[in-house]
Design a protein around this ligand. Structure first.
Ligand code: PCA
Length: 212
């Protein structure tokens, strides 16, 4: 099994992006699956261009994208990407799409086809705070998750794809203003998630839904 794991470059007012630091800390093999890592730009179309270039030159069974969700207290596998770009700040290329459809011929949403609930359970088993997220926002991370679903549907039917949002790491946070984890915890969490991917094709029906 070959897994491509991506992390983002820093964006907004942040000097680092923990998603890339954590992804870059992964070993090259987990459970005999080979892991390849790549940094992608925090830019609406360029981020996906880079992933598509990779998929065109090499075969991957899984693409797992990872991004920063500053302010979240937990590692959050994302359930779904939606067909809209609605940016509250410009991306790293200065683009700020508002209410823009990502793909006119795409579905309104694409659900990750990885076992997201098992991921949450695996994270909790290794003592990493985790919950299932039902919205990846409307910025570049949602764009990437949605576009991976689109690519899976239109071009790579066997591709497994998913998205993980990670909190800030301690270095980014002054006076405990926001929740944060250590970089080491993020790496442990991503390893646990990838282990799940290498073992399980299907998800569990555990009670991880939310009332709001
Ligand atoms: N987080 C942003 C984009 C890049 C990143 O790491 C997001 O959640 O959309």
């Amino acid at each position: 099994m070959k897994i491509l794991v991506t992390g983002f470059e820093p964006f907004g007012d942040q000097a680092i992006n923990p998603s890339w630091l954590a992804v870059n800390g992964l070993p090259s093999e987990i459970n005999s699956a080979s892991i390849e890592v790549m940094q992608i730009p925090t830019a609406f179309h360029r981020s996906m261009d880079k992933i598509q270039e990779k998929l065109e030159t090499e075969h991957y069974d899984v693409v797992l994208a990872v991004g920063q969700a500053g302010g979240r207290p937990a590692v959050t596998p994302e359930r779904v990407g939606i067909n809209i770009d609605d940016a509250s700040i410009p991306d790293n290329l200065g683009n700020q799409p508002i209410d823009a459809t990502i793909f006119e011929d795409g579905k309104r949403a694409y659900f990750s086809n990885l076992p997201v609930k098992r991921m949450v359970e695996a994270l909790r088993e290794v003592d990493i705070p985790a919950s299932l997220s039902n919205s990846a926002g409307t910025y570049v991370c949602n764009h990437v998750l949605y576009s991976l679903g689109y690519l899976q549907e239109k071009k790579y039917p066997n591709l497994k794809f998913g998205f993980i949002h990670v909190p800030f790491i301690h270095d980014q946070v002054e006076d405990n203003k926001y929740p944060s984890l250590s970089l080491h915890e993020l790496v442990i969490g991503l390893k646990a998630i990838i282990q799940v991917i290498t073992i399980h094709e299907t998800d569990v029906k555990s009670e991880l839904g939310q009332t709001h």
